[in-house]
Design a protein around this ligand. Structure first.
Ligand code: FAD
Length: 312
């Protein structure tokens, strides 16, 4: 059994979730894990991938037309190389969710998303916002899947780097062209990788009050998250929404302030290692999954948290 992992990157750095996807691939790939790096002038990125433990080979598709591949071009490149691989994997990112189903269709392969457990006998993925875990056994010859990176530990750096092999680049699909990408800049840690997340819900009351949570986050070196109700009310940007239709996170510490704990919110954070909830309603469902709960006003608790916890 062989696996091919599609690495995603911003041209400068590999997305660190690659290390988690390698861990996800290992139980499936008894005969080796190859990583595909697609782009232009990406030899340094290919070397970074080759340095990760568990990788047996890196394929580098490097050409000017691959500098900013659209989903169709990336799918075309994956399809060109997928033969012979039983499993084709990527982290559950926007890029992979656009490109991989196209490639799976072209290869007539099975397609699974957001897998949280990989084993030779069956795979597991959440359904109904995490209320149900589906066990799935692919029956075809080839399966494409995205994996939830936060469900897996990151592969370590290898003692010896794997070989890097240049592969033929495909022509770009010219029906659309990516002109460039702009990412929001923030001094806070990225939500997907933050060790601590301070998250606010409708109970925070206003965008102005949200800055009090941000101050606590900065004190702790944490990222800021929000419930959908808080985002819809304009307290926080859409990019920090956590839940079924937002980001899925699993930090070491998740502090939920003024969040009731709707199932759609829990779908995005219930795998956090330690959950602290502060809510004035003792019946709030968030307390059912919280490791530590405070029944009370979050605005009374915030200053105490800030003065009682050491700064990062
Ligand atoms: P509320 O449910 O209104 O809870 C506010 C809480 O704040 C209450 O428990 C209240 O007791 C507490 N509170 C108020 N004032 C204070 C105070 N001063 N101190 C302490 N506590 C206080 N939601 C998400 O979060 N993420 C998603 O991705 C998401 N996707 C969805 C997808 C679909 C298809 C649907 C239908 C819904 C989705 N939702 C999602 C919405 C979800 O159902 C809830 O409506 C939402 O999570 C509620 O947000 P909340 O807990 O902030 O607000």
């Amino acid at each position: 059994m062989k696996a091919l992992i599609i690495a995603t990157h911003d041209g400068q750095q590999l997305d660190p979730t690659l290390a988690n996807v390698i861990t996800a691939a290992l139980p499936l790939a008894t005969d080796g894990v190859a990583v595909l790096v697609v782009g232009h002038n990406v030899s340094a990125l290919a070397q970074q991938a080759a340095a990760l433990a568990g990788v047996t080979k890196v394929l580098q598709a490097d050409a000017p037309q691959l500098a900013h591949p659209n989903a169709e071009t990336l799918a075309r490149q994956v399809t060109a190389l997928a033969a012979g691989y039983d499993w084709v994997l990527a982290a559950h990112s926007l890029v992979a969710r656009a490109a991989l189903p196209r490639a799976a269709a072209q290869c007539k392969a099975a397609w699974l998303t957001d897998v949280i457990r990989t084993a030779a006998d069956a795979l597991e993925r959440p359904a109904y916002a995490g209320a149900v875990i589906a066990r799935v056994k692919p029956l075809g010859a080839q399966t494409f899947l995205t994996v939830r990176a936060s469900a897996y530990s990151a592969a370590e750096v290898a003692a010896q780097a794997a070989p890097v092999e240049a592969v033929a680049a495909v022509d770009a699909d010219t029906r659309t062209q990516v002109l460039g990408t702009e990412s929001a800049s923030s001094t806070r840690p990225d939500l997907a990788r933050a060790r601590i997340i301070i998250s606010g819900g409708r109970g925070v009351g206003s965008a102005e009050n949200m800055t009090k949570l941000e101050a606590l986050a900065d004190h702790l070196g944490a990222a800021v998250g929000a419930s959908r109700a808080a985002v819809d009310a304009g307290f926080a940007p859409n990019s920090v929404q956590i839940g079924q239709t937002g980001k899925v996170v699993a930090p070491e510490l998740y502090v939920a302030l003024g969040i009731s704990g709707a199932i759609q919110h829990l779908a995005g954070m219930k795998d956090s290692k330690c959950i602290v909830a502060i809510n004035k309603d003792p019946e709030a469902p968030i307390f059912q999954i919280a490791d530590f709960g405070v029944t009370g006003d979050l605005f009374e608790a915030l200053p105490q948290l800030q003065s009682g916890l050491p700064a990062a």
